[in-house]
Design a protein around this ligand. Sequence first.
Ligand code: RP5
Length: 162
Amino acid sequence: MKKVGIIMGSDSDLPVIKKAVDVLREFDIPFEVHVYSAHRTPEEARDFSINARKNGFGVIIAAAGMAAHLAGAIAANTTLPVIGIPCKSAAFDGMDALLSTVMMPSGIPVATVAVDGGKNAALLAAEIIAVSDDELAAALDRKRAADAAAVLKKDEDIMSRL
Ligand code: RP5
């Protein structure tokens, strides 16, 4: 199975990345996590991106806050799918990172999830890998059904809580 590469701009993004890692572990998807910054360590971020396909990665998740150029900088150097997670910072509540991540110029796509959306980033990465992995696709279907069942149970119980 192809690996998921997870890159965060700073170790201060770890709480968001932890949510992604939990999902990947749940589905036994191999992954690597690195701290590479588009601004502080641009060479390392570039090297990772250029070599990602030949190093066995199938999709890259990039999480960054503030002027969040990491996902875009990675996408500029690979044609692997890149999923961007805008991380919340104090000044603008994540709006800065959201716009920096989502507003990519035509030709260099980044699939941007919600602010601090580590869980959905990993689920989307799993869905991309599952395009060519029927077993993983079935596991994702089971998880979707279980999540729906949990919501229906809440519907059943809600009147008794009022
Ligand atoms: C971004 O700046 C990082 O992704 C992080 O979200 C933010 C703050 O980084 P630190 O100053 O906490 O290292 O590059």
